[in-house]
Design a protein around this ligand. Structure first.
Ligand code: F3S
Length: 303
């Protein structure tokens, strides 16, 4: 008997979901074109869909060269509106927007906004555990009262000269990275206060993908090719089920494998839209039905 099962935690996390909803609502309510600071999520289908609704991706407010124009494209509404994605932004962007009369639609994930408040409320030396190039980390450091120290390993944490530290984490790092950094601080005899601000949406997706992969003879991991959290899920899946496939949409589905296998699992990254997951499930269910029909025909032939 064929069975298609979906990982318990798959698809949009809370923060991404609310960012997309805010963007869609903004596009609906604003007659003029609006922008997002960077892609709202790493998924081409969603980005294209938002573009169709009039949301353009910009990397800096400077791209809005004069009120009402961006890259020489005239706007219907003279007041530029910019969506801040779930990763958040530093305080400087809010100030710049205010100076230039740009309206911000803030879709910063509340878990990230909480970190902004934490670092902005302390006089201690802030240490951010995470990837120094990640937009979320850049945003957090932009709310610190003095320049933050950013570390991502035991070795880097051993080099921190300051004492009396206030530690926060990027929401998507693995617990092990924080444990390594804290071990280094202990060994260096530092005084520190820790705020574990890791969000469990990522780890929940990884755990449920791993569990399902162990129980499946075919795993389909759905998500954008440039989505790092989906890539990570695929790695986990492949380790636990050699017959794993990374698919962006139904065109990528390995239909012969789908027809052959009985225990099929589906996992999806935090940036994978529900409609893509549903399409993949529906296509695989069709193949299952077609396959059953084939089997029936074979049986009829045999009789
Ligand atoms: Fe927010 Fe966690 Fe998603 S911090 S954006 S709910 S991964």
């Amino acid at each position: 008997m064929k069975e298609i099962r979906r990982a318990e935690n798959a698809g949009f996390c809370f923060g991404v979901k609310q960012a997309i909803e805010k963007a869609e609502k903004a596009a609906e309510q604003n007659p003029g074109e609006i922008y997002s600071m960077g892609s709202l999520i790493h998924n081409e289908r969603v980005t294209r869909d938002l573009e169709k609704r009039g949301i353009r991706v910009i990397e800096s407010l400077d791209e809005i060269s004069a009120p009402g124009t961006v890259k020489d494209v005239p706007l219907r509404d003279a007041t530029p509106k910019v969506i801040i994605r779930s990763h958040g932004e530093g305080r400087a962007l809010y100030q710049k927007a205010e100076e230039r009369g740009i309206v911000l639609i803030d879709a910063t994930c509340p878990f990230v906004a909480r970190i902004h408040h934490l670092v902005n409320d302390t006089d201690k030396q802030v240490v951010i555990v995470g990837d120094r190039n990640h937009p979320e980390v850049l945003g957090i450091s932009g709310w610190c009262r003095k320049p933050a120290v950013i570390v991502s390993s035991y070795e880097e944490a051993c080099e921190i000269p300051e004492d009396d530290l206030f530690v926060v984490t990027q929401t998507t790092i693995r617990e092990q990275m924080l444990r390594d950094v804290l071990q280094a601080l202990e060994e260096q005899g530092k005084n520190y206060q820790v705020n574990n601000t890791i969000c469990n949406a990522t780890s929940k997706r990884q755990e449920s993908c791993e569990k399902l992969a162990r129980e499946s003879d075919l795993m389909i991991v759905v998500g954008g090719r440039n989505s790092s959290n989906t890539k990570k899920l695929y790695e986990i899946s492949k380790k636990n089920c050699a017959n794993s496939y990374f698919v962006e949409n139904i065109e990528d589905l390995p239909l012969k494998e789908v027809a052959k296998c009985n225990r099929i699992g589906i996992a999806a990254g935090a940036s994978t839209p529900e409609c893509t997951i549903k399409e993949v499930i529906a296509r695989m269910s069709d193949v299952t039905l077609e396959n059953n029909e084939l089997n029936m025909n074979d049986l009829m032939d045999e009789i």
